[in-house]
Design a protein around this ligand. Sequence first.
Ligand SMILES: Cc1cc2nc3c(=O)[nH]c(=O)nc-3n(C[C@H](O)[C@H](O)[C@H](O)COP(=O)(O)O)c2cc1C
Length: 476
Amino acid sequence: MASLTIRKLDDAIKAELRLRAAQHGRSVEDEVRNILREAAGAGAISGGTPFRTATYPDRSTSSQNAGNLRATLIIGGGIAAYKALDLIRRLKDNGFAVRCVLTNAAQQFVTALAASALSNQRCYTDLFDSASEFDAGHIRLARDCDLIVVAPATADLMAKMAQGHADDLATAILLATDRPVLLAPAMNPLMWANAATRRNVAQLQRDGIKMIGPNSGTMAEAGEAGVGRMSEPLEIAARALEVVRPPSAGPLMGKRILITAGPTHEPIDPVRYIANRSSGKQGFAIAAAAREAGAEVTLVTGPVGLNDPAGVTVKRVESARDMLSEVEAALPADVAIFAAAVADWRVANRGEQKIKKTASGFPQLDLVENPDILATIAHRTERRPPLVIGFAAETEHLLDNARSKLARKGCDWIVANDVSPATGIMGGDRNTVHLISKDDGATDGVRVDSWPAMGKDEVATHLVAQIAAALQKGAS
Ligand SMILES: Cc1cc2nc3c(=O)[nH]c(=O)nc-3n(C[C@H](O)[C@H](O)[C@H](O)COP(=O)(O)O)c2cc1C
């Protein structure tokens, strides 16, 4: 029997062993013993594939129980690839066995050895690999899983997916799969904003590909910030679990919730429009929180740069009139939440062609009032949702304006916030809101709850909790 001296091993292998040992809280020697024990148990030693274990659940016996889920993780060639190594662990924590595929570019950022050590599975890199292609291994990787996660999803990978390319292992798997695919895009903000990437993202969304992120923040490139950071591994792993096992319980289970978000764009001519600074973040956060609470959610949104929240039916519109038609088409609903900043007016005499500058003066734009979506739905006699909630974005006399809006619009609750530029609420990530509701017990028939400043996600969670409580009481 030969003896093994860890000190004499290759430096990369020693580094991986130290990493694994630290993760498992063992000494390096114990870690090696454990690997050998696992490999022997899985019969992998005779097959010559170290680190491979039999823990990847077999398709024929697999059910979607926690601990028996299977993910193929495709790691793209972006700077965020290092986070994909942590993602392996987070996916495992959520009960997934993980098999990794690295693109050629990904191998410039992380090693296949690290991915296989962390996943305890062989890592795949080549389409033309005789060891795995003897039985069309790329098809196995594409289908022998419950989910494919691509993280980081590079601009290049998304372009290839949108076009249906299959010239390497990652893209061949993505083209050959019939499993859900979750992308976690990560790239420089200018790459994300580029018209080609926008087209590819829209195409992939139409194709039913799910996405998480990117988030906004600072980039690896010095001095650069914006939308393009990959979502955190914890968030991606949570979304992965939700994709394969949608919520089956929650306080809003069985309830239909309709939400509007974002601005509307009212055309002046084919290239110009009237808009406002609404980012849609609050409405999207409410949609995600309602879905998390088990509701069936339809989100009707004006033009925003946000990805569809998982599990939510999203209708994208441009103008107030389009938004009203989609809202009416989405009824009936148990709750309707109107968080969109709908333009009050549209241009009556919009140009069929681009309006040109003339020497004779400025064009005259005639404005007409848009339909009031909140009031229209709140005043319906048929199919009025039992709980109708409006948003009041004000820059002065916040509470007075919100109270009168509650009465004027005929809704049940108003979520009021001060959107003066100094607050940074419009487009920002935090919000300070007051929840104004009808209350027969109060002297003026109105109750005002002022919430402390918090993230828009937290506002969403609080609001959803209030809605769940109100529905449980059977009253608004
Ligand atoms: C240092 C460095 C960092 C990069 N980071 C990213 C990135 O974050 N996102 C991205 O889309 N491309 C990034 N690229 C470009 C990709 O590596 C390149 O488009 C590559 O072809 C992607 O291949 P893949 O999609 O097959 O993984 C980066 C390139 C370099 C040199």
